[in-house]
Structure formats: C-alpha cells, structure tokens
Design a protein around this ligand. Structure first.
Ligand code: ATP
Ligand code: MG
Length: 553
C-alpha cells in the first residue's frame, strides 16, 4: 500500500509528504521487512559451517569474489531493501567487534524475525515479542557466561585450536593448522600486557598477499613488508644494519599551482636554470645522506635525478609508501616521520637488521626485517590465484580476530551448535517462570537459537529434525557440549573434539542478532522519500526563476 496524500479535510487534500514519497504501513510494512530479513538469512545459511557452500559474487563491473564469509557476502550483494540493509549491518557490526560469526549472526537474526512472524500471526503484538526477546537475550547471555570455560590467554595450544576452527569453514581449511600457527605467533607477538589486561590489535599485523606459489608458502615475517620496489636500478638491493629515514615530503621540484613564466634570453641562462634545478635535486639526496641514512622510505615521489644521486650514495630508496605503512614503519623501526628534509637528523633514523628487495611472483617487494621493536610482524600470503589469496586473506583475518578475542577475553565455548542447544534448553526451562505471552516470545527465542544447529545439520547432509531431537536429549542428560561434528557428520562432544570458539564471538552474535530483530519488529511505518528526478549537477538554471532570483543577483 503506497500513498502520497495521507489526509483530507472537507474534501481538500492536505499535503504532508513530498510528492513521490512512498509510504507503507502496519502489517504490510512488517511483512515486507520480515520477508527481506528472512530471504537474506536464507541466502547466507547454506554457507554456515565447515560443510557450508561458498558464494560467487559478481559485481557490476564483472569483478568476481568467491567467499563464505557472511560479512563479505552481504557487502558484495549490495542489497536495496532497507530491512535487508539492516541485516547487512548486523554482519558488519559482528565483523568489526569480534571478526567472526557474521554468518551465524545473520542466520540467528533471520530466525528471530521468522519466529516472531509466527507469533504476530497469532495476534501477539510486536512490542510484547520485543520485550520477551529482550528478557530472553539477557538470560541467554547469563547462561553463556555460566557455561563459558576460562582459559589461559597465552596458551598457544588453545589459541591454535580456536584459530583453526575459525578457518575450518573456509576455502583454506586444508591448510588451517599451518595458518593457525602463523596467526597465533603473529598475534602473540603484537599483544602487550597492560594494567587492564592484554592489549592486542589485529591492525598491528600487516598482511600482504601476492598470487603465485602455493598457500603452503605463506610466511610470517619478523618485520614489515612493503608492496613496493626499490626505485632505481643502481641502488643496493640489500642493506644490512639499516638506518632508515622516513620522509613525508616530495623529493622533487614541485610544480607551482599558478602559471609562471620565465624569460630566458640566451643559452647561458638556460643552462643556469637547469643547473639550479639539478642542484636542488642533488641537495635533497645530500641531505638524506648527511643524516647517515642508508635506507629512505618516502611517502611522496622521488625525482629521477634525486634517485640517481641517492643511488650514487648507495642509499636504498622506496617511494609512495602509504600513510599506514609509514606509521607502521615508524613504530617498528623507531624512526620519526620527517615532513621537512632540512629537519632530518641522525636521531630521527630508525633501525632494522636487514632491508631487502625480493622478487615475489611477478613483482618485487621490500622486506624490512629485524626491526627495533619486537612487536613488528607481517604475514605474506601466497596462493594459486588472486581470488584464492583474497579469500585466504579474509580467512586469516577471521583467525587473527578470534585469537585476539581470546587474548582479550580468555573464555571459550564449544561450537558445532552445542552452545546454542545448551542455551536454548536452559531458556526453555526458564521460560516456564514467565507469564503467558512473554513466555511464548522467550520460547520463540530458544527455538530461533536452534536454527544454528539445524542449519549446520542441514549443510552436513544430516536430517535436521533427527539431529535436533538427539541433541536435545543429550543436553537434557547434562552433556552440555554435544554438537554436530561436521567432518564425521555425527553427534559428538565438541569440547573433546576441539571445536572451540571464543565466548566473545557467541556473546556478540546474541547481542547483534537480537538487537537487529527487535529493531525490525518495532517498525510499523516505512516512509521512503521519492527518487530525486533532478539531473546530476542540480536543477536546470532558470534565469530570473520562480524564486525571484536570477543568476546575476
Ligand atoms: N569441525 C566442525 N564441526 C562442526 N561445526 C563446526 C566445525 N567447525 C566449525 N563449526 C561451526 O561452524 C560455525 C561457523 O561457521 P562459519 O565460520 O561458516 O560462520 P560464522 O563464523 O558464523 O561466520 P563467518 O565466519 O562467515 O564470519 C560455528 O557454529 C562453528 O561452531
Ligand atoms: Mg567463522
């Protein structure tokens, strides 16, 4: 139902909304939103778990992405419907907060909305459902807290298992043990103990990728890798005991922004002019050399002539490094980023044992190893094709994130649907203490949680209903970690099976999914502004137009 004119007074229409505005109200609005959320959840559901399928996403320019990462699928799908956009945001929040569990969050949100639809059809008001969901979510978080197992945040073995499970559901799962080792070593190296506990940031691990060789060649590098080559062929390709200058200024003669004319009357003047330019460019190289630097990383460009003079001085130089790389290099080597070459002094220089350009695949990259700071690490991902290394990077990102999650909040739970079934069981028992309609909502929440093991079972080719009955029975007997082993396709104790995940991920799934579902359910009116009909560049100009203004006043 769409309307532009919502009211009339004695036959006279009263315009409230702009022309072209679409308005959908009441049950229609709800149904539309619920439908959009369900469709999206269904779409990602088949990619949940180790037996889940991947999606091939083709962008409008023909770029192809192959992934099973929930957040990436929804981002690349570029959905239109506002409710579908909210679901995509759930995945994004999940990704930003904990880095894993994006598919689960969207599936759970879809289940919550779909269970709510059944209740709405039974004439239960959405606000009652939302209240029930809120209480159920609090209880679920409490149960999760009770059953989560404390671990040692420096225990490599645990961290490795968590990292491997995060990658179990990805294209790279064959090599997950090797990648898990790399992820754990990298994360432990950048983590630091502070007064409030351990601090670890995924951003501190620099991840570079290059197609070629195979995934097995993926390596942890003690230092920083720049996807840049040494600028001049005459420069050394390897410098030991490197003294590194970081410069954020162009080593070029800058062109002025305004037009200037130089009147040259004779060849001598021309020569003088060129000599002067050469002198300026040479001076730049001299300034770098004077500071004692033997490596220069420049954020801007370096003129060919300056490159030549730097090469003469045996200085290895790299240009157009990104701001992020400069900051990372500064932290890693202890160098100060200098914006004015005249300020460059010996004490601004950073240190690394070796700086070397190496040929990786078709390209050359610069490795800065053995840095001053022991916290500098990088990972160089290799693999058959560009698409494969892209997906490997996303998977490694998930692994780094879950390791970080456990370092920050050292509590784990078992996966394979076990934690969801346990929480659902306890919720159902607790719901008995609630009054009529709220109880129904809490039960619906519990059933929605079972949507995760159901999806895992379905994706593993098992009969979901048989499995859920078996799981419920096992949990009622007090075996709180029984879940679905997707590799052997049967019901097992997931904790013993080493299918473990950070409690923080499950916590965030519960929070973001129920928040999004509640938000969607409370909407009963969608007012969408009409599409702007103006051509790009604004409305056509009318000299002396209706508003009484002209171009000239
Ligand atoms: N070996 C396994 N057996 C059973 N279930 C597993 C196994 N490994 C992982 N899982 C389960 O798979 C689910 C995770 O699947 P997946 O990684 O595809 O989705 P996600 O983590 O929710 O989202 P994403 O990784 O896309 O951000 C979790 O519920 C986890 O417990
Ligand atoms: Mg995952």
């Amino acid at each position: 139902m769409a309307e532009a004119i919502p009211a009339t007074i004695s036959g006279q229409p009263v315009l409230i909304l702009k022309e072209g505005t679409e308005r959908t109200r009441g049950k229609d609005a709800q149904r539309g939103n619920i439908m959009a959320a369900k469709v999206l959840a269904e779409a990602v559901k088949t990619s949940l778990g180790p037996r889940g399928m991947d999606k091939m996403l083709v962008a409008s320019f023909g770029d192809v992405t192959i992934t099973s990462d929930g957040a990436t699928i929804l981002k690349e799908m570029d959905v239109q419907h506002p409710a579908a956009k909210m679901m995509a945001e759930v995945a994004k929040t999940q990704d930003d907060e904990v880095g894993d569990g994006t598919t689960s969050a969207v599936v759970l949100a879809g289940e919550l909305v779909s269970k709510a639809e059944e209740l709405i059809n039974k004439d239960i008001h959405p606000t009652v459902i939302v209240d029930g969901y809120r209480r159920a979510q609090e209880k679920a978080l409490q149960v999760l807290n009770d059953i989560a197992v404390n671990v040692d945040s420096k225990d490599k073995e645990t961290l490795r298992k968590v990292a491997a499970i995060a990658m179990a559901s990805k294209l790279v799962s064959e090599s997950r043990d090797m990648l898990a080792d790399i992820a754990v070593d990298a994360m432990l190296q950048v983590s630091q103990k502070t007064a409030e506990g351990f601090k670890a940031d995924v951003e501190d691990v620099k991840v570079e990728k290059k197609p070629g060789e195979s995934l097995a060649e993926t390596k942890l590098i003690q230092g920083v890798v720049l996807d840049k080559e040494v600028v001049h062929s005459g420069m050394p390709k390897r410098v030991e005991e490197a003294k590194i200058a970081l410069v954020n200024a162009a080593l070029e003669v800058e062109k002025t922004e305004f037009d200037a004319k130089i009147n040259i009357q004779n060849p001598e003047e021309m020569k003088a002019f060129l000599d002067e330019e050469e002198k300026i460019l040479k001076d730049m190289a001299e300034k770098v050399a004077k500071s004692g630097a033997n490596v220069l990383v420049c954020q801007k460009g370096i003129d060919d002539l300056t490159q030549h003079f730097l090469a003469k001085r045996s200085i290895l130089a790299v240009r157009r490094a990104s701001e992020k790389d400069m900051e990372k290099l500064s932290r890693a080597t202890g160098a100060r980023i200098v914006t004015n070459l005249d300020d460059l002094k010996a004490e601004d220089l950073g240190y690394a044992k070796v700086v070397e350009e190496r040929k990786i695949g078709d390209d050359k990259m610069t490795f800065i190893e053995g840095c001053k700071s022991p916290h500098a690490v990088a990972i160089l991902i290799r693999g058959g094709t560009q698409r494969f290394v892209d997906e490997a990077e996303r998977s490694l990102h998930d692994a780094l994130c879950v390791v970080r999650d456990v370092i920050r909040d050292p509590r784990i739970v078992a996966g394979g649907g076990s934690v969801e079934v346990e929480i659902a069981g306890q919720l159902k028992r607790w719901a008995e203490s609630l009054s009529g309609k709220e109880q129904l909502a809490a039960l619906a929440f519990a059933e929605a949680l079972e949507g995760i093991p159901l999806a895992l079972a379905e994706n593993s080719g098992l009969d979901p209903l048989d499995i859920i009955v078996e799981l419920r029975a096992s949990h009622e007997k007090g075996q709180k970690w029984t879940g679905i082993d997707a590799t052997e396709c049967k019901v097992k104790d997931m904790m013993k099976d080493n299918v473990i995940e950070p409690a923080a991920v499950k916590q965030q799934i519960l929070k973001s999914a129920s928040e999004a579902a509640s938000m969607l359910l409370k909407i009963d009116d969608i007012i969408a502004a009409g599409k702007s009909k103006e051509p790009p560049g604004g409305p056509p100009k009318r000299p002396g137009g209706e508003d009484g203004s002209s171009e000239f006043d």
